[in-house]
Design a binder for this molecule. Structure first.
Ligand code: DAH
Length: 355
């Protein structure tokens, strides 16, 4: 018995793989195994001897089974350790450089403008870039013979929509019309987006961006218009005491109309915002013309409102010192790396607006 036990335990220790260990198990504990064979012999013994031998065999069986289990666990541990060692990552290796994208200054500027006006309670509205003549011109009180309607100023598309000839919208103002036609006052919306005009030189691009603003309510007046735009200009340029001037102007869709200038200096060929005696025009605005309200089915004796339109490229050029308009659309990666923004710089009020 002692020899049997010693032999079997030695075989367990000698097994050098899970398969070899299993073979030992079968040879010892299996139906035809060594211990089983001994068990079968018990029948031929005297009862007293049978009992003692049976107990001894059972003890050997348990010991061998336990030794096999222990060996199995040890082997699995060793295998895992070897694997962990082989897969070890050297965290001191330098990382591979990763090219990150940049936010285009146009997108950044739109996000900033929307964040400021969003805080004032404006909601973002959208309209199509392919418009019908009526939304882009007629409803905005732009007369038939207005120069903006001429073929060489506006991109007309083939085909006629429900509301006149198809045009690429020349400004974001048609979003005012769509908003007033489809929802009831009080209204407070901004509409950023692409606009198109037949123009191309150092200061004009056939595609550019604007942001439109519209407020309509029963008590809205010019004081609200001024307060809103003064606050906006100061917040956008980050100058608390920025001088802001409202200069009388003309737009068919507003009455009265104004252009807004901010204080700047151009002394010694150096341009600075917020100081000095010079002025720079940055946007157009006015009280919504009663005819425009009526064109949209809003009672102009009950409601009044103000509107404004801002050129995004101009704001971006001024704030970030970008000298040439055309570079915005050249997709030059060196330019984008220089003037672009990291994703975290964006105050994310409107994720994904300018896709
Ligand atoms: N739509 C005008 C343009 O493209 C800009 C503008 C001026 C919009 C005055 C307005 C406004 O809403 O009130 O030049």
């Amino acid at each position: 018995m002692d020899k049997l036990k010693a032999d079997l335990l030695a075989q367990v220790q000698a097994a050098d793989s899970l398969q070899a260990l299993d073979e030992v198990r079968v040879a010892a504990l299996g139906k035809k195994g060594a211990i089983t064979a001994q068990m079968k012999n018990l029948g031929g013994l005297e009862p007293e001897q049978r009992k003692a031998a049976g107990q001894a065999l059972n003890a050997i069986k348990d010991d061998v089974a336990a030794a096999i289990e222990a060996k199995k666990t040890a082997m699995a541990d060793a295998e895992l350790n070897a694997k962990l060692l082989a897969e070890k990552i050297d965290v001191t290796l330098p990382t591979r450089p990763e090219r990150e994208g940049f936010i285009h200054p146009i997108s950044q500027t739109i996000e900033e403008v929307v964040a400021i006006l969003g805080e004032m309670g404006f909601e973002v509205a959208e309209g199509p870039e392919i418009e019908d003549d009526w939304y882009n011109f007629t409803a905005l009180n732009i007369p038939e013979d207005h120069p903006a309607r001429q073929e060489h100023d506006t991109f007309y598309l083939p085909g006629v929509g429900e509301k006149g000839r198809k045009v690429l919208r020349t400004h974001t103002s048609p979003v005012q019309i769509r908003t007033m036609m489809h929802s009831k006052p009080p209204l407070r919306i901004i509409a950023p987006g692409r606009t198109y005009r037949c123009d191309y030189d150092a200061t004009h691009s056939p595609m550019f961006h604007q942001i439109e603003g519209l407020v309509v309510d029963e008590t809205t007046h010019m004081g609200h218009l001024k307060g809103c735009l003064i606050d906006f200009c100061r917040a956008f340029f980050g100058v608390d005491e920025l001088p802001v001037r409202f200069r009388p102007s003309y737009f068919p869709f507003t009455e009265p109309s104004a252009e807004v200038d901010i204080g700047c200096s151009r002394k010694g060929g150096e341009f600075k915002i917020g100081h000095g005696e010079d002025w720079l025009e940055i946007l157009g605005c006015g009280m919504v013309n009663g005819k425009v309200l009526e064109n949209c089915g809003i009672d102009s004796t009950k409601y009044q409102g103000f509107a404004f339109g801002i050129g995004i490229e101009r704001l971006a050029m001024l704030k970030y010192g970008i000298p040439d308009l055309r570079t915005f659309y050249e997709s030059d990666l060196r330019w984008l790396r220089h003037y672009g923004f990291q994703a975290l710089d964006v105050p994310s009020m409107v994720g994904g607006l300018n896709q």
